[in-house]
Design a protein around this ligand. Structure first.
Ligand SMILES: Cc1cc2nc3c(=O)[nH]c(=O)nc-3n(C[C@H](O)[C@H](O)[C@H](O)COP(=O)(O)OP(=O)(O)OC[C@H]3O[C@@H](n4cnc5c(N)ncnc54)[C@H](O)[C@@H]3O)c2cc1C
Length: 384
């Protein structure tokens, strides 16, 4: 039961999965992380786009930044800062009211520290997934997680039924791996059948989620009359917030780039009509135009962008937390952990705490098994 000989599969290379994989590897486990997207990051992804003139543009189109009040997470962030993976984003932020057309609240500088990945939000996940002891397999969607009773292990297959290997333990970091939403989107049953794990189906119910559209904009010249680099909007049915991407540390300033987020209400109304299937390019173009027009309705001096593209986040924010105190769901017998922001709180801090806790539970559990086995061995030698 030496952790080095213990293989753990982690499903999902968002921040919860990446933190979990990195901590498991530090504790001596042999970790394979499977991610259905082309690279790591999940909702902390960085998007690469090519403008019509061939210019390369980068956008943090998911979480624009993150904050924390938790001392464990602060300690982790300090470690990432030392490695050059994270920096504080010091700019003017505030709220803009669409009725009065005025800034109603300037955020006091330094009140909440805002951190960004360097040079993109995905950098932390990328670094954690490349650490010693972690094997990363991107572009692989796990389609089934099956418990093999006779082998005390898990068998993993991809979405087409190809074998991905047998593992002593599994961590799954995305709610879609056990929710009906997987079936709504893919037409297939979710990878993990909760009914096969007694007691789980009651705890881990389908987690309701809220959607969001992100709009990526690039302008030839700086929007110099903008009073803030980060806005939250009040009294808009369409826009929730906007951030100046190129004002973050370590980003290219060759063009001014902004990312806007829609309100959940706006996104829900679109999905109610169009369904959960991937939106067409024509639909995304129309949404991009609507969001941009609302941005212009602020009355601020906003020129026409040379690049404008919308992205849909179908499950941007979980509505409930299923393990706020425990921080993850854990089955010690089957060595299965379920982690992610939906366990703790709908933000990066919650996801980090959940992934970290899942790794700690694995380590404690194996230490216990190891010490029981050693005690049995000692007893065996004593009685020889
Ligand atoms: C638009 C937007 C704005 C946000 N703003 C903020 C903010 O300002 N501050 C903040 O703290 N947080 C913010 N968040 C929330 C934050 O991004 C998330 O809470 C956090 O990134 C969640 O991390 P996670 O690891 O739990 O999940 P995810 O990042 O969703 O990771 C799960 C991963 O699992 C993968 N996966 C799923 N199923 C499978 C499968 N079957 N096989 C293989 N891989 C699979 C997915 O592709 C994904 O990469 C925002 C999110 C969005 C979308």
């Amino acid at each position: 039961m030496n952790p080095i000989a213990t293989k753990v599969a982690v499903v999902g290379a968002g921040i919860s999965g990446a933190v979990c994989a990195s901590n498991l590897a530090k504790n001596g486990f042999s970790v394979t992380i499977f991610e259905s997207a082309r690279g790591p990051g999940g909702r902390m992804s960085r998007r690469r786009e090519i403008a019509e003139d061939g210019r390369e543009l980068y956008f943090d189109h998911g979480a624009p930044y993150f904050s924390t009040t938790n001392t464990d997470v602060e300690e982790m962030i300090r470690g990432w800062e030392t490695r050059g993976l994270v920096e504080e984003w010091k700019q003017n932020f505030g709220s803009f009211d669409f009725i009065t057309k005025k800034i109603v609240n300037f955020e006091k500088d330094g009140l909440t520290k805002k951190y960004v990945g360097m040079p993109g939000m995905n950098s932390i996940c990328r670094a954690l997934c490349s650490e010693a002891g972690v094997e990363s397999r991107f572009g692989v969607m796990v389609g089934s997680l099956e418990w093999l009773e006779n082998k005390d292990s898990w068998s993993l297959k991809d979405k087409d039924g190809h074998d991905l290997g047998v593992f002593n333990g599994v961590v799954t970091s995305d709610k879609s791996t056990f929710s009906q939403r997987f079936t709504q989107v893919t037409g297939k049953p979710p990878p993990l059948d909760l009914n096969s794990i007694p007691g789980y189906a009651d705890i881990v119910k389908d987690v309701p989620v809220r959607p969001c559209f992100a709009l990526m904009l690039a302008f030839e010249n700086p929007l110099s009359s903008m009073p803030l680099k980060g806005f939250s909007f009040e009294n808009s049915e369409v826009l929730r917030c906007a951030f100046c991407e190129s004002s973050k540390p370590g980003r290219s300033t060759s063009s001014e780039r902004w990312v806007l987020h829609s309100t959940e209400k706006y996104a829900e109304s679109i999905i109610a009509h169009a369904g959960l299937q991937k939106p067409s390019n024509a639909a995304l173009t129309e949404i991009a135009e609507e969001l941009f027009q609302e941005f212009q309705r602020t009355g601020l001096d906003i020129s026409l962008p040379f690049f404008k593209k919308a992205h849909r986040w179908g499950s941007a924010f979980p509505v409930t937390s299923i393990a706020r105190n425990e921080k993850c769901i854990w089955d010690g017998q089957k060595k299965l952990a379920i982690c992610g922001d939906f366990c703790v709180s709908p933000n990066v801090e919650g996801a980090i705490l959940s992934g970290f806790t899942a790794a700690s539970l694995f380590s404690e559990s194996w230490q216990l098994l190891y010490s029981i086995r050693n005690r049995k061995l000692l007893y065996w030698y004593d009685t020889m």
